[in-house]
Design a protein. Structure first.
Length: 292
């Protein structure tokens, strides 16, 4: 398992790009990714190629090509506008069309109801706060907002604020969240409940797993490779990790920025430790036995 970082993902373009091919960037410039029917959303596609080239744009919804070809796309809030939007840059050259990679998708959800729960677009980390907004069509003055996780009430807010705040998340806070809002119109109480949104909570640093790969021979010396694998979900720029390797509870050598090391092939109890000094965080692997 290789170390993986939060945020990155690549989508394959229908035209195979070269290594230096730029990617298109898609962003919401007006409105929200979750909107009520009748609300407009504007998206903008851009290409940062460093040469100030002139690009045209292809737009896709759920992988189907749309007729739009300008830099911006405006959705008028029809239920049919819901879907995964992507864009791609195309440039006419003397040797034919050059295509960028497709942008990362932006999920647009058009809701015909009365309440929308707006939450984080990306996974949150253990220790971070969760901030959400229970938005109501027409923005009436609210007198109660209830937040649910997996159908169970987790907090009630009896004021006019639609903003909900859960401090210092842990792994048990992951789940499907929804909200119910209540408000008065003409002395009558109305309420609406939102659709659910999935909130993912990740550990900043998972427990390392030590892998022992035997069979290396260098200049007649039998060696084996110790690999300390983990998942590191720090947000960029991520502080560096230091790796330590141990045999029979004694450290082998000094800290290294590599997650592997070569050692003499001998029986013993092996383990590794990953440490992020900048964050004051460290985790140990389980002990692995090698040989008799």
């Amino acid at each position: 398992m290789m170390i993986s970082f939060l945020v990155l993902a690549l989508l394959v373009s229908p035209v195979a790009p070269s290594v230096s091919t730029p990617s298109a960037l898609l962003e919401v410039t007006s409105g929200h990714s979750r909107v009520f029917s009748g609300e407009r959303v504007q998206l903008r596609c851009s290409v940062a190629d460093g040469h100030k080239s002139t690009w045209s744009y292809l737009w896709f919804k759920d992988s189907k090509l749309l007729s739009q070809n300008s830099e911006t796309l405006t959705l008028k809030g029809s239920i049919d506008d819901s879907g995964a939007l992507q864009c791609q840059g195309v440039r006419d050259t003397a040797v034919g069309n050059i295509y960028t990679n497709k942008s990362l998708p932006v999920d647009i959800n058009v809701d015909g109801g009365w309440a929308i729960l707006e939450g984080p677009l990306h996974p949150t980390l253990v220790g971070e706060a969760l901030n959400m907004t229970c938005r109501v069509r027409g923005r009436p003055r609210l007198h109660e907002v209830i937040l649910y996780k997996d159908g169970v009430e987790v907090m009630t807010q009896s004021d006019s604020s639609p903003h909900l705040h859960l401090p210092c998340l842990n792994l048990t806070d992951q789940g499907l969240y929804s909200c119910r809002a209540s408000w008065d119109v003409n002395r009558q109480t109305h309420s609406g409940i939102s659709a659910g949104i999935q909130v993912q909570v990740l550990e900043l640093l998972t427990q390392p797993v030590l892998e022992i790969v035997a069979g290396n021979n260098v200049l007649g010396v039998d060696l084996m490779k110790l690999i300390c694998s983990l998942q590191y979900n720090a947000r960029a720029p991520a502080p560096p990790i230091h790796y330590y390797f141990y045999k029979d509870n004694s450290r082998m050598g000094t800290a290294t920025s590599e997650n592997f090391t070569l050692v003499r092939r001998t029986p013993g109890l092996y383990s590794c430790k990953a440490k992020v000094p900048h964050l004051g965080l460290s985790k140990w692997s389980e002990v692995e036995t090698f040989g008799e």
